[in-house]
Write a protein that binds this ligand. Structure first.
Ligand code: HEM
Length: 128
């Protein structure tokens, strides 16, 4: 049987990347990362409930450079996702939907998430 050429839908690769498109994808990616991060938080709570020795062992892993990298990433993911959520809340009021405004909000999300994460880590980790 011969295969007929059928119309195909545009593939992701043919679209020109826009900042709003990247933020949309990042919002879902950070949502998924938040699940993994919350699992780490639950593991930490369980370790605390199990006693001082278990907690000390887990804190040793979390305090390693790799543990700190993961926790820093989780903090950024939470903050980025939260700002993305607030962006959606603003859109729910039908504001900031015009061209230019959408891009401003997208850049504010990415810059704001990095700045807020650095502030949180400075206050609660590095200067604590
Ligand atoms: C640990 C906490 C959180 C987890 C695990 C989480 C997880 C997720 C995931 C997986 C999605 C993607 C759903 C999809 O695209 O099909 C999502 C979407 C969403 N999240 Fe979260 N989220 C968390 C916290 C938050 C917070 C704090 C806010 C608001 C400040 C928020 C607001 C939203 C909104 C508005 C959407 C829908 C975005 C859209 O319609 O495209 N989330 N969340």
């Amino acid at each position: 049987m011969s295969v007929r050429a059928r119309p195909t839908s545009p593939h992701l690769q043919i679209y020109r990347w826009t900042i709003t498109m990247a933020m949309s994808i990042l919002h879902r990616a950070t949502g998924i990362a938040n699940y993994a991060g919350m699992a780490l938080f639950v593991i930490w709570l369980v370790a605390a409930a199990m006693g001082q020795d278990t907690l000390t062992s887990l804190n040793y892993i979390f305090a390693s450079w790799f543990g700190q990298l993961v926790l820093f990433g989780f903090t950024w993911s939470l903050v980025h996702h939260m700002l993305g959520g607030i962006r959606h809340f603003v859109w729910d009021t039908a504001a900031m939907m015009e061209p230019g405004q959408r891009e401003t909000m997208a850049w504010a999300t990415i810059v704001g998430s990095v700045v807020l994460t650095l502030i949180i880590w400075t206050i609660f980790v590095w200067a604590a």
